[in-house]
Design a protein. Structure first.
Length: 282
């Protein structure tokens, strides 16, 4: 898709469902699979208005097909910048990009890298992770974020692919980002609870060094806490935020933003996933 010559129509339908206020005293980090973005002619106007009005610091998003439409969020609110991967792994990837939309008055992008070599084999990582290094201008703290979109679906083969991806990711962080503030976010395509059967048990068991900040949503019986609401009968929580122990003392709370409660057309016009957010103290 080429860059539109005129701004897309602004639609703030979902803004009132952003019921967690942004603050200079906190760092808000979100993950959102925006299904086949933009899958409807109104999608970009709704999504860009939602992000622009949120004032949240960092959105990690997945399934971006229309890159130029996502970049128009800068026209809606120039306080936001957009980073999109430069990598497309053909086949199962279906031209999905990973991206970040970040509040440039509070965050400065220092580095970026598509993790595409060594342990990041395309079989285990069909959408190769996007790593970014940011400076939090509020507290002068640097941190790393890794955006994931792992293999979908059930079955032993797919579960093995996610398990091996999880093991390789942990190895990478342990060997390359030790003692750094690291966040891993994205569509993991599997639940983390019950923990004993999760493909991400390696991170869960290493509780001195890692934690899923979104475990409360994963354990919750409330359907509004689930990131993938259409899974029968009560929804499924498959979008996660994983943090290293450097963040433990800064962690404040995690939320699932049930934006679908503001529009009966959320699924057909926007996405089949809800955003998931973790808030940290600055």
């Amino acid at each position: 898709m080429s860059l539109p010559t005129t701004p897309i129509e602004y639609d703030d339908t979902l803004v009132e469902c952003l019921n967690v206020a942004a603050s200079n005293e906190t760092l808000e980090v979100l993950t959102w699979n925006i299904e086949h973005f933009p899958k409807h002619e109104e999608t970009a106007g709704i999504v860009n208005a939602t992000i622009a009005e949120s004032d949240y610091d960092l959105w990690g998003v997945q399934e971006i097909e229309g890159v130029s439409f996502l970049k128009q969020v800068k026209q809606v609110n120039p306080k936001y910048s957009v980073l999109v991967d430069t990598d497309i792994a053909k086949g199962v990837n279906n031209d999905y990009h990973l991206a970040y939309v970040y509040q440039n008055e509070r965050l400065e992008l220092l580095d970026q890298q598509v993790l595409a070599s060594g342990d990041f084999d395309g079989y285990y990582f069909p959408r190769r992770p996007l790593l970014a290094k940011f400076l939090n201008k509020v507290n002068n703290q640097t941190f790393y974020v890794i955006n994931l979109h792992l293999k979908c679906c059930g079955g032993d083969t797919n579960e093995h692919r996610r398990t091996e991806a999880s093991n390789r990711l942990q190895k990478y962080i342990d060997e390359n980002l030790d003692n750094e503030y690291v966040i891993v976010l994205g569509d993991f395509n599997e639940e983390i609870y019950p923990t004993s059967t999760s493909s991400f048990k390696n991170f869960i068991d290493d509780s001195e060094n890692y934690a899923f900040s979104t475990m409360d949503q994963a354990k919750s019986d409330n359907s509004l806490d689930k990131s993938y609401p259409n899974w029968w009968p009560n929804g499924s929580h498959i979008d996660h935020i994983l943090i290293t122990n450097e963040w433990f003392n800064k962690y404040q709370k995690s939320y699932t933003l049930s934006l679908d409660q503001c529009s009966e057309y959320f699924d057909p016009k926007v996405s089949d996933h809800r955003p998931v957010m973790t808030v940290f103290r600055n």
